[in-house]
Design a protein around this ligand. Structure first.
Ligand code: AMP
Ligand code: ZN
Length: 466
């Protein structure tokens, strides 16, 4: 069966295809950089990384845009309290986010874009909405009139037809009981940061940020838009209302949403205070690859209950796989190949791929791998394994690791950290893009000197330690 995803818009599992070309145009809502991201946030970002990697595995190319929300109520409040500019305040947490994503081995999206660098595009989008009669002003702020958009509610599958026109909300986050006309452009209150613009002084609401940036880079209709389930309403509902009012075209073909990471059955969140950052877990002695494995191991549409036991089980699973790999690489087996084991390997690869094609069923994919590892170990113990069985088994591990990326150890003594290597690779890519090949070669050499080998593939740059 072909690759397929559950689409929140249609509430169906649908085959995933592109309308044209081979590049998937994908947008994912990034972090609001007012604090450290917690591992609930990283569950969603890890799901998006698995999604990326599986699309690449299946031969697609990607144009993936992730935004950084670097202006909102909380950021402004905190920056003012710390006597910092917006840019100073958000730089700290943007950097921390990038470090954490590198430690978790999340591939960098093709573009990461900041809200504050796209104010003119947002202003333009609001002007277009105004020209089409979807806005009104009140006290210097501009609101979206949801009664004017007939499809409002189609993503969250709520019926908003009876809603009172003209009732407004100024906050970006609210629930469906409070569905009202939402703010596009906020008039500045005393002492608040604002931009001068053709639509008056103010700053953008959260929802218009994503519509404007998504359409700027990816065009009027995206193939995939993803985020956590908490973004379905109002954020993504409002993105549809804005974008489709401007273009009269479908905004997104596939909407994918990941379930929550919970702690004792409650959503992990800053406001509930029940959160851990990656840094907290590292201090308790857990490696980021263990966290990555745990986050990736539960299929994205199932709730994941976070616990120390879960982390320990993840660490054991990784050890088991690394030991199996080491055994394949170091043990000596008699010449020839055992046909039954070859067949068993092919079956396991097929099961692994089928499971991920099935709306990224990571749990089943892992089960296929571990059953294979158990059978292969048994065959080795029984003296049935042959030299010709190692390459296909290692190839399976390699396929697994292209998606899960947990087999290489986190760091070697005194060497460059994974995060630093990723950073240098990004810098090298940027240098190549800017046609600064001297700098790009210099970075390759620098990495080589530190024992890091780069391999440029059409899926991007891969690397390994010597
Ligand atoms: P934020 O920085 O709050 O905008 O959130 C960034 C991403 O994390 C969004 O896609 C949210 O849906 C997601 N998110 C927030 N809390 C959780 C959680 N407990 N489990 C999974 N995803 C979450
Ligand atoms: Zn968004």
């Amino acid at each position: 069966m072909a690759l397929r995803f559950y689409n929140t818009l249609t509430q169906q599992v649908e085959p995933f295809t592109l309308l044209e070309g081979n590049t998937v145009r994908m947008y994912t809502c990034g972090p609001t950089v007012y604090n450290y991201a917690h591992i609930g946030n990283f569950r969603t970002f890890t799901f998006e990384d698995i999604l990326r990697r599986w699309l690449l595995y299946r031969g697609f190319e990607l144009d993936h845009v992730m935004n950084i929300t670097d202006v909102d109520d909380k950021i402004i409040r905190n920056a003012v309290a710390e006597h910092k500019t917006l840019a100073e305040y958000t730089a700290t947490y943007t950097e921390a986010f990038l470090e954490d994503t590198a430690a978790l081995r999340l591939q960098r999206p093709e573009r990461m874009v900041k809200a504050t660098e796209h104010i003119p595009e947002m202003v333009r989008a609001i002007e277009q909405l105004a020209e089409r009669g979807f806005t009104y002003q009140s006290d210097g702020s501009i609101y979206y009139r949801i009664a004017k958009f007939p499809g409002y509610g189609k993503l969250s599958h709520n019926d908003f037809s009876g809603i009172r026109s003209g009732a407004r909300v100024d906050v970006d986050e609210y629930d469906k009981a409070n569905a009202r006309d939402f703010v596009l452009w906020k008039a500045p209150k005393d002492g608040e940061i604002f931009w001068e613009s053709a639509i008056g002084p103010g700053r953008p609401g959260w929802h218009i940020e994503c519509s404007a940036m998504a359409m700027k880079y990816l065009g009027e209709t995206l193939d995939i838009h993803a985020g956590g389930v908490d973004l379905i309403f109002p954020h993504h509902e409002n993105e549809i209302a804005q974008s489709e009012a401007i273009t009269s075209k479908p905004f997104v073909r596939f909407w994918l949403h990941s379930e929550f990471l919970n702690v004792e059955s409650q959503k992990m969140s800053k406001s509930a205070g029940n959160f851990y950052t990656l840094r907290d877990l590292q201090q308790e002695g857990y490696q980021p690859d263990v966290v990555r494995y745990l986050l990736a191991s539960v299929p994205y549409r199932k709730k994941l209950n976070f616990s120390a036991d879960g982390l320990k089980a993840a660490a054991t699973a990784i050890d088991r796989l690394r030991n199996f790999k080491l055994r394949l690489e170091t043990d000596k087996y008699p010449e020839g190949a055992n046909e039954k084991i070859l067949e068993r390997t092919r079956l396991a690869v097929r099961q692994f791929e089928d499971s991920l094609d099935d709306d990224l069923n990571t749990a089943e994919a892992l089960a296929a791998l571990f059953e294979f590892v158990r059978d292969a170990n048994t065959a080795m113990d029984a003296g049935e394994f042959r030299a010709g069985n190692t390459a296909p088994a290692l190839d399976f591990l390699d396929r697994f690791d292209r998606v899960f990326d947990v087999l290489r150890p986190a760091q070697t003594e005194g060497g460059l950290s994974d995060a630093r290597v990723e950073e240098l690779i990004q810098e090298r890519n940027a240098a190549k893009k800017a046609r600064n090949f001297a700098r790009a070669d210099q970075i390759r050499q620098e990495l080589l000197d530190a024992g890091i080998i780069l391999e440029d593939t059409k899926e991007g740059t891969r690397w390994k330690r010597k």
